[in-house]
Design a protein around this ligand. Sequence first.
Ligand code: ATP
Ligand code: MN
Length: 473
Amino acid sequence: MKRTKVIDALQRTDYGSDITVMGWVRSKRGSKGIFFIALNDGSTIKNVQIVGDEANFSAEMLKQITTGACLSVDGKLVESPAAGQASEVQATRIEVLGTCGNDYPMQKKGQTFEYMRQHAHMRLRTNTFGAVMRIRHNMAMAIHTYFHEHGYFYFHTPLITASDAEGAGQMFQVTTKNLYDLKKNEEGHIIYDDDFFGKMTSLTVSGQLEGELGATALGAIYTFGPTFRAENSNTPRHLAEFWMIEPEVAFIDLDDLMDLEEDFIKYCVRWALNNCKDDLEFLNKMVDKGLIARLEGVLKEEFVRLDYTKGIEILQQAIKDGRKFEFPCNWGDDLASEHERFLVEEYFRKPVIMTHYPKKIKAFYMKIDEKNPVFDGREMEPTVQGTDVLFPQIGEIIGGSVREESYDKLMGEIEERNIPMKDMWWYLDTRRFGSCPHGGFGLGFERLILFVTGMQNIRDVIPFPRTPKNAEF
Ligand code: ATP
Ligand code: MN
């Protein structure tokens, strides 16, 4: 099919040339026998204007040109007299490739995001979702480019896993068993010997453990794939199926890790500003007036590097000064998102990398700090070299850590926490055979997209969201 994409048509200046454009009708209006159609083909947020004289076209065909209909238009490229667009198409022939009934769900402007979620299969055709999806693509390209240019290898970890060390209780099981006829042993436990893999398996909650095997062989790897969490948290920040980027690197310490986290996020944000200008301007106008300023702000700021213990001190001082929070925040508590956002949005007003969390609120594989912190004049429990990157509007965008490389210390944690390790011998081998200092992090792809688009709900930055009680489309 001979066709010029709208994005290219708008840049062409060879006025007078023949051109064919195809796309979906955004709107059509007429005045004094002349019609104007705004046509969009998804290649850009911008529409190309199609102009024609009604007298030259069949009335029946013109009637079919309604919002949402799909057209193929032949015509001449001409310089546009209208403001805000260089060129337009003077139509000589229009073919309606697909008519669109007036029950088209994306007919009206200004529909709520909730309404659009209920019609998520068609919302991709709207300006907002087009912009979000193009930015999403761009962020994926930025991520691959960043790691490729920095010598990381794209490493594929399995989606089906037999280990439940990380995700106890929040994993989706994978089975070919007949659920209507489950065999159980004498203790009432399901027998998996005859299941597909001969053992209980689930969808992965993270590729990190296998990623560590990659990093301790290839030096530096990253994963970029879907992960699954059956956590029943109906929040605007959680999906049951989301994409995660997990770099893992040998021979780095905590400072190197934080440098990587900061450099990487800034690279992605800069990429968006450089490559997604039209879409960002649209979102800045229609969705979030502070968006572009916030993105530029992140590039200018150095991220704050904040000890957890110091963070608790700041929060407790704020409470003494009259700031109210819904949840408590004593030393040892996991921070709630209101605490994270207070630190980022009110106290520092810039991104914060928080470190040295109490060991008991973090995962078993994090490297234990040598010295225990002192809080309120007292020595506290051990802390670990975990790093959460906290962002304005989002809260936690990255969770990472230096990994415990000592076999004995790692085993100590595993035993203390009663983690089922019988299927995890392969992971422990990283610490038995040439163990090395290493670390990495997990970035939730959709949390990054939330930040970069200014969208408010994580369900609106993935084409087909999966959340509790929702697997439509
Ligand atoms: P949270 O405390 O926000 O639930 P987490 O501590 O469980 O996150 P990690 O296990 O550290 O998250 O996962 C790494 C990153 O993956 C997080 O920083 C976040 O960006 C993202 N993430 C985690 N859970 C989800 C989810 N259910 N939906 C979307 N992104 C998620
Ligand atoms: Mn985390």
